[in-house]
Ligand binder design. Structure first.
Ligand code: ADP
Length: 393
């Protein structure tokens, strides 16, 4: 091959390479560049004669290389941002080297267009970030669902334990009134034959008491379940307090023991918004206890007061009282004071009272002296018109 042909051959090779090759001097002036360089930077003509800095976004790497052109660091590829003829940025992979020609030093720059790859990488990164976020989010949601499931599972478990405990307690409590009803009805039949009306009435009264007790226990069981399941939402209605009290007394009177007197002081005739169903349950429980834990011929007094904001109810008895050292436990579920164990009961009534009073945003407290009697005080707020909105039936 003659020299001329050889040069042409090298030029063809030089231009048909995939990578761009730039040779520049120590002023960063380009002295040689192959065809791919023009293609990468979108120049119609060769870039020879231009300053290399024109093709790069910044010359930090270039300067670093020129300060120390023989280190191996620049032989390995690095990423750099180039500037195309139209001003657009383009990602490039570059490596540098030093060369000598006719006793002069030059520098070579090998560059590859990695714009597409970079774009894809960016897209993948963005997707990864998005995916991570989504995974984080769904993990969070999953965690939330798991937490909620755990809570409801625990609630369900507690509820089951509670039910089992209550049923164990109540089944004994149910048996007593049921067998009392049975024997009373048998005796009633006998006294009918003997035409003893007085005795018949006595046993009829006993049957009524036992039925009221059974009713109260069932009410409490259902109530307890609702409280436990967090399903207590007051339904505010216009309460006619006089009617409400009459209803409570009507239900309670059959439970009164021989010559027990139940009196009401300061009957309120006013009407206000509250949840009458819940008030009835609260009053029934406290009143039933007052009757149960005091003896024949004793006095029970219910007094009612109210002001603009609140309703105050107090139920006083002269019964067995609550021992001082047990008074702080009295609202605990299933708790029964030692002196109460001779009387029927399950220890859930006051727990329900507390739960309900709380749901009505009221307070319940008591004062008691053992063997001397107890007074329970309940304070309930009267609901004003904007609070009752949406909940009034
Ligand atoms: P129960 O009456 O079924 O045992 P409660 O929850 O209604 O359950 O009451 C809890 C306990 O509080 C009773 O067992 C009793 O020791 C005490 N107690 C409640 N009310 C009175 C009262 N009026 N007099 C004396 N003790 C009472």
């Amino acid at each position: 091959m003659i020299l001329n042909e050889e040069t042409t051959f090298y030029k063809v090779c030089f231009d048909s390479m995939q990578a761009g090759i730039i040779v520049f001097d120590d002023k960063m002036n380009i002295v040689l560049a192959n065809q791919p360089v023009s293609e990468i930077f979108e120049y119609k003509k060769s870039v020879v004669g231009k300053n290399l800095r024109l093709l790069l976004k910044n010359d930090t790497l270039l300067t670093e290389f020129l300060e120390n052109p023989t280190t191996d660091t620049f032989k390995t590829t690095k990423e750099i941002i180039g500037i195309k003829n139209n001003g657009e940025e383009i990602y490039l992979e570059v490596s540098f080297g030093k060369l000598e020609y006719e006793n002069k030093f030059y520098y070579k720059l090998l560059l590859t267009d990695i714009n597409e790859r970079k774009k894809k990488e960016k897209e993948i990164n963005a997707l990864n970030v998005q995916l991570e976020e989504e995974v984080k989010l769904s993990n969070k949601e999953l965690q939330k669902v798991i937490e909620q499931l755990k809570i409801s599972l625990n609630k369900e478990k507690e509820l089951n334990i509670l039910k089992t405990k209550f049923i164990a307690l109540a089944s004994h409590e149910f048996k007593t009134p049921l067998s009392a009803i049975l024997s009373s009805t048998e005796l009633m039949a006998k006294y009918t034959e003997l035409e003893n009306v007085e005795k018949q009435r006595e046993h009829l009264q006993k049957v009524k008491i036992m039925i009221a007790r059974l009713n109260g226990m069932l009410d409490n069981l259902l109530t307890l379940e609702n409280i436990e399941a967090g399903e207590v939402k007051p339904t505010y209605k216009l309460v006619d307090f006089k009617n409400l009290m009459e209803e409570v007394l009507h239900n309670t009177k059959p439970l009164l023991k021989k010559d027990q007197v139940l009196s009401i002081e300061n009957t309120s005739t006013e009407k206000f918004y509250q949840d009458p169903r819940i008030i009835k349950i609260i009053l029934n429980n406290i009143l039933n206890n007052a009757i149960k834990y005091s003896e024949n011929e004793s006095q029970i007094t219910v007094s009612l007061k109210s002001n603009k904001q609140n309703l105050y109810m107090s139920i006083k008895d002269n019964g067995i009282g609550i021992p001082l050292n047990e008074q702080n436990l009295i609202f605990n579920r299933f708790f029964r004071a030692k002196n109460a164990l001779y009387y029927p009961g399950t220890g859930i009534g006051l727990n329900i009272v507390k739960g309900y009073v709380d749901s009505l945003k009221g307070t319940v407290s008591f004062k008691s002296t053992e063997n001397n009697g107890t007074v329970f005080n309940v304070q309930l707020p009267k609901i004003n018109s904007h609070e009752k909105k949406g909940t009034v039936n």
